[in-house]
Design a protein around this ligand. Structure first.
Ligand code: URP
Ligand code: ZN
Ligand code: ZN
Ligand code: ZN
Length: 488
C-alpha cells in the first residue's frame, strides 16, 4: 500500500544545520526536504509550524526481554518499543546475550524475541567467555549477521565478567573484523570485595549497592580498558558512563587523540543517588543499576562533558524490572535485579535538561540523541538524518508544550519509574516510524511485527587511520639486534 505524508512548515533539524522546510514521505522513505512542497489530496498533511522536525531518537543501549539476575525484564520487544515510540525514539540497539557461551545460539534466541518488534532495531553482541569457537562465531556474527559491535563485561563476577586476557583477545578480534569493542567498565573483583565489606558492616539495603561499588571502581576499569585499547590500537566504546572518574579518563584519552567514545545514560545524567537512601525498600530498589547512580555533582559534570563533546551520545540502559522483581533483594541488595527505565523518557529528559537549560543547541540535541549513534554504528544516513533517501523515522517536537513522567501514564509494563513526577518543557507530539504515524494526540498505533532488523556493517569511520598507525608503530620499532652465539 502507498502511504504518503507531508510535514509542513516545521523547522527541520539535522546534526549540523536547521532550516524551515517541508518533508515529503512516500512508502517509508523521505523523498524530499525543501520549502513549499505541493502535493495532491491523497497525501496526509501534518502541520509542524513553530515546531521542530527531527530524526527519531536512536537509543544505543537497551535490554529488552533480558534474562538477568533470576528475573526477566518486564519490557519485551513489543512493550519496550511501544514505550520508545511514545517518547520519540524510533530505533534501539539491544544486547544479545550468548547462550552457554554460544553467540549464534544467543542470536537465535534474540531473533525469536524480536519477532514482535514494532519499530526498527539492531543488535550488539555480548562476549562472556573465550575459546576458538567464540572467536570463529565472531566472524560469522560480523560478516553474515549484521552486528558490528561486541560488549565485554569487566564486572558481574561469577556470571558475565571476563578477565584482561579475554579482553585483549576480544579487542584483537574486534580490530581484525572492523568491529567496535564496547566495555561495561567496573572492576568486578573490587565490586565483589565492596559487597563483602557491606555485608560485614551489616548494610544489606539498596544503599549498600552504591556504597559497594564507588566511582573509583568505575574509574579504574575505564582507565584500564582505555589503556588496553590503546595497546591494541583499536577504537573503544565505554557504555553507561556514570561518574566523573570514568568521564575524565575518556576525556583525557580523547585529548591525546585516542579513539574512545563515551556514552552517558539518561539516569546518570539527570538523577542522583539520594533515592537509594529512601526508607521505602521498593522506592530505593528501583534506582539500583550498575554502575550505580552517583552522588549529586556527577550528573552535572556528565552534562557538561556532553555539552563540550567529551562524551558523544546518550543512551538509556533501559533494563526495567517491576516492584515484585526488585523485591527479590528485600534482605540483600546483591539480589536486587540491576536496571532502570529510560527508553520512553530519554528524548524528553535530554531536551529539558540540556536544550531548555541552554547547555546544548537544537542541532547538538539531534547529534547526541540520534545522528552520532547512526554514524558510529555505520547506519548513517539511512538513520539519523532528515534528508531525501533516509528512512522516514521522524519526530515533531513542540518546544512550547510540556511533558510529565509517571508510572501511571507511561507505556512501559513496569509499575515504577525512576523519573516519577518529572515535569518539563518540550514534548514529542508526533512520532513517525517507517513512514507511519504511530504516535499522535497522545495515542499509540503500533503493530507487532512491523519493526525491521537493521543490519550494521563493519569498517565505520572510526577505523580510519588505524592501519596507518599500525604501520607507523612497526616501522618505529628499533631494529632487533643480530646476536651471534660465541664459539670456543
Ligand atoms: O544495571 C544494569 N546496567 N543492568 C543492565 C546490564 C548492564 O550492565 O548493562
Ligand atoms: Zn506506494
Ligand atoms: Zn553494563
Ligand atoms: Zn546495559
Amino acid at each position: 500500500s502507498s502511504t504518503k505524508l507531508l510535514i509542513k512548515g516545521g523547522t527541520v533539524v539535522n546534526a549540523h544545520e536547521m532550516e524551515v522546510a517541508d518533508v515529503y514521505v512516500e512508502d517509508g522513505i523521505i523523498v524530499a526536504v525543501r520549502p513549499n512542497i505541493k502535493v495532491g489530496d491523497d497525501v496526509t498533511v501534518l502541520d509542524a509550524t513553530g515546531k521542530y522536525v527531527m530524526p527519531g531518537g536512536i537509543d544505543p543501549h537497551t535490554h529488552l526481554a533480558f534474562e538477568f539476575m533470576d528475573s526477566e525484564t518486564i519490557d519485551d520487544f513489543f512493550s519496550g518499543q511501544a514505550a520508545a515510540l511514545a517518547g520519540g525514539t524510533t530505533m534501539h540497539i539491544d544486547f544479545v546475550i550468548p547462550v552457554n557461551g554460544s553467540l549464534l545460539s544467543g542470536l537465535e534466541a534474540y531473533e525469536k524475541k524480536s519477532k514482535k518488534s514494532c519499530m526498527d532495531y539492531g543488535f550488539h553482541m555480548a562476549i562472556t567467555k573465550w575459546d576458538e569457537v567464540v572467536s570463529k562465531e565472531m566472524e560469522i556474527i560480523v560478516n553474515e549477521k549484521g552486528i558490528n559491535s561486541f560488549k565485554f563485561f569487566m564486572a558481574y563476577k561469577g556470571s558475565l565478567m571476563i578477565n584482561d586476557e579475554l579482553l585483549l583477545q576480544g579487542f584483537k578480534k574486534c580490530k581484525s573484523l572492523g568491529a567496535l569493542a564496547m566495555v561495561h567498565a567496573e572492576n568486578g573483583d573490587a565490586a565483589y570485595e565492596g559487597q563483602r565489606r557491606m555485608i560485614e558492616l551489616g548494610i544489606t539495603g539498596p544503599e549498600g549497592h552504591a556504597l559497594s561499588r564507588p566511582p573509583v571502581v568505575e574509574g579504574e576499569a575505564t582507565a584500564r580498558a582505555i589503556k588496553l585499547a590503546s595497546f591494541m590500537n583499536t577504537p573503544l566504546y565505554v557504555v553507561h558512563v556514570m561518574s566523573i572518574d570514568a568521564m575524565e579518563e575518556i576525556s583525557k584519552a580523547r585529548k591525546s587523540g585516542q579513539k574512545v567514545i563515551g556514552e552517558p545514560v539518561v539516569s546518570g545524567l539527570v538523577l542522583n543517588d539520594s533515592g537509594l537512601w529512601d526508607p521505602d525498600f521498593i522506592t530505593a530498589a528501583k534506582y539500583v543499576m550498575s554502575p550505580p547512580i552517583r552522588a549529586a555533582g556527577h550528573g552535572k559534570a556528565l552534562q557538561a562533558a556532553l555539552s563540550m563533546g567529551a562524551l558523544q551520545l546518550v543512551g538509556t540502559d533501559h533494563c526495567s524490572f517491576n516492584s515484585t522483581q526488585k523485591a527479590l533483594g528485600i534482605d540483600d541488595f546483591q539480589k536486587i535485579p540491576n536496571g532502570v527505565n529510560g527508553i520512553e523518557e530519554r528524548m524528553h529528559l535530554v531536551w529539558d535538561t540540556m536544550v531548555e537549560s541552554g547547555q546544548i543547541s537544537v542541532t547538538d540535541y539531534v547529534r547526541v540523541t540520534s545522528t552520532e549513534c547512526a554514524r558510529i554504528f555505520n547506519i548513517y544516513p539511512r538513520k539519523g538524518a532528515i534528508r531525501a533517501g533516509s528512512d522516514a523515522d521522524i519526530i515533531i517536537l513542540n518546544p512550547n508544550s510540556s511533558f510529565e513522567i509517571s508510572a501511571k501514564s507511561h507505556h512501559s509494563r513496569s509499575d515504577t519509574n525512576v523519573f516519577e513526577g518529572w515535569r518539563g518543557k518540550g514534548k514529542v507530539e508526533v512520532t513517525i516510524s517507517g513512514g507511519r504515524v504511530v504516535w499522535l494526540n497522545d495515542e499509540l498505533k503500533v503493530f507487532p511485527g512491523s519493526g525491521k532488523y537493521v543490519e550494521m556493517r563493519p569498517f565505520s569511520y572510526l577505523f580510519n587511520g588505524i592501519g596507518k598507525a599500525d604501520e607507523r608503530y612497526l616501522s618505529s620499532l628499533k631494529a632487533p639486534v643480530k646476536r651471534f652465539r660465541a664459539t670456543t
